[in-house]
Ligand binder design. Sequence first.
Ligand code: PBG
Length: 334
Amino acid sequence: MYPLPPHPHARPRRLRRDSFTRDLVRENTLTAHDFIYPVFVHEGTARRVPVPSMPGVDRLSLDLLLPVAEQCVALGIPVLSLFPAIDPALKTPDGREAFNPEGLIPRVVRALKAEFPELGVLTDVALDPYTSHGQDGLLDAEGHILNDETVDVLTRQALAQAEAGVDIVAPSDMMDGRIGAIRAALEARRLIHTRIMAYSAKYASAFYGPFRDAVGSAANLGRSNKKTYQMDPGNTDEALREVALDIAEGADMVMVKPGMPYLDVLWRVKQEFRLPTFAYQVSGEYAMLKAAAQNGWLDHDAVVLESLLAFKRAGANGVLTYFALDAARLLQNI
Ligand code: PBG
């Protein structure tokens, strides 16, 4: 045997020897309070339609969503995030159903807040579930996304959601200036408590595929993409500029999306701004872990908890994750 280094011996394994020591020295931990649970809602009653590319995720009518909300409260999950699968007959080029005060999302918000006032509700501000072309904005004659015209519609959408009583609006569209416009409109209506969680560093990612199946925008979008407004996956300095703009415009919280492949971006954003910072473990990340687990290639529960803890280590204050219910239950059994 070769001699070990002189006293004091460096033996990092001492602190890994048993689980009580590992529990004692762990730097980052996961609790149910770290999760925001994204759910898909649609019209009807007793209507549950599975999303084939997201095993275990269903689109639910409001009556079926209420017991899910109740579970979130019981498990300590602080926020439910709503995404609509809109009746195709209501989709138009300008996505005007997005700001209908009697539309699906405002109705679901009112019902959830009436039934579970203690549960936070977050709504997405974006037009893609409502447009006949599946883009997040209005198009000009050549098919380019119009920025400022889109911001007007997004502002009306955010106001409809805020007036329905939503706690947090989360613009996910990546138009320039939308946070400032929405904040000004909220203030003008004295909706001063509505929090804005900005999808600040949102990349043009192929990991959103299953989500687009879930909200029914994939077919409408066809072969076109979102690269003229969502960020280029090669950039991180740009992410910091986007976050700085959103903070200056009035965001309370910021988000990086997707999650696992973008932990470096999350880390830089948190280190630079020290603001409540969230990550979105998106549909494709969920699908990939589920598929591997279903094949018996990965240990489902272990990779779910490990992947979520990694977000905490990288600086996230919380994670939007389709695993929220599973993970919260797993954490209770520890
Ligand atoms: C809407 C929106 C998308 C996601 C959240 N909000 C899709 C997109 O930008 O194309 C993706 C979420 C996921 O993949 O889980 N703009």
